[in-house]
Design a binder for this molecule. Sequence first.
Ligand SMILES: C[S@@+](CC[C@H](N)C(=O)[O-])C[C@H]1O[C@@H](n2cnc3c(N)ncnc32)[C@H](O)[C@@H]1O
Length: 229
Amino acid sequence: MDMLPLSLGSTEVGVLMDKSAKFWDRMAKRYSKQPIADEASYQKKIQLTHEYLKPDMEVLELGCGTGSTAIIHSPYVKHIRAIDISSKMIEIAQDKTDKKKIDNITFETLTIDDLNDQEQQLDVVLGFSILHLLENKEAVIANIYKMLKPGGIFISSTMCLGDTMKWLKIITPIGKLLGLMPLVNFFTKDQLKTSLVDAGFDIDRFWHPGKGKAVFIVAKKQLFNEETS
Ligand SMILES: C[S@@+](CC[C@H](N)C(=O)[O-])C[C@H]1O[C@@H](n2cnc3c(N)ncnc32)[C@H](O)[C@@H]1O
């Protein structure tokens, strides 16, 4: 992990968050114009995600960026709350939904670490290209598990850089220092699977489109609490 000492105080964590927000703010315009790198895999992930969505569902999307994925999924669910640390990303996302007159997405500038939603309220949590950008994915995954209803679904797509791009680990701290790269967390696809299973999830679907590509995972919270069933 491109990591911070665990002893960081809340002020230091706040400063890092601020830096991260600034990095993504700078990227927002360019990001919104970037073509999708692997259109075929993206379309398949959308189709696979749709298989899990229902019209009465409450969805939370983490790190929604410029809102493209939330917009695509919005006709299939009741409501999507889509959060992102970057206010510039959210501005673009809001503008796109306003133009399309979509009224069931609520965008919010918020870091994942400040999410303290009530337990067992959500049907689905979406996290595309976000888990490898977090300081402590285990804590975030545990929080997602808590927020989901029994039987709820966490759908993610993640670059597992520990499998292929280990060399990147050497240059990431320099890139981050120069403001050219975000915080990046290195782990393998097996480590990611383990993190999800350790948090209590069952893996319902695991699809790796190929070397150097993001891993798509559908993780399901158990329907019954093991202690009470
Ligand atoms: C690689 S982009 C992915 C955007 C979108 N999910 C997609 O698939 O196109 C990562 C996004 O996560 C956001 N992000 C990074 N760290 C975050 C955090 N701690 N809390 C919330 N959003 C974060 C960034 O601002 C950026 O919009």
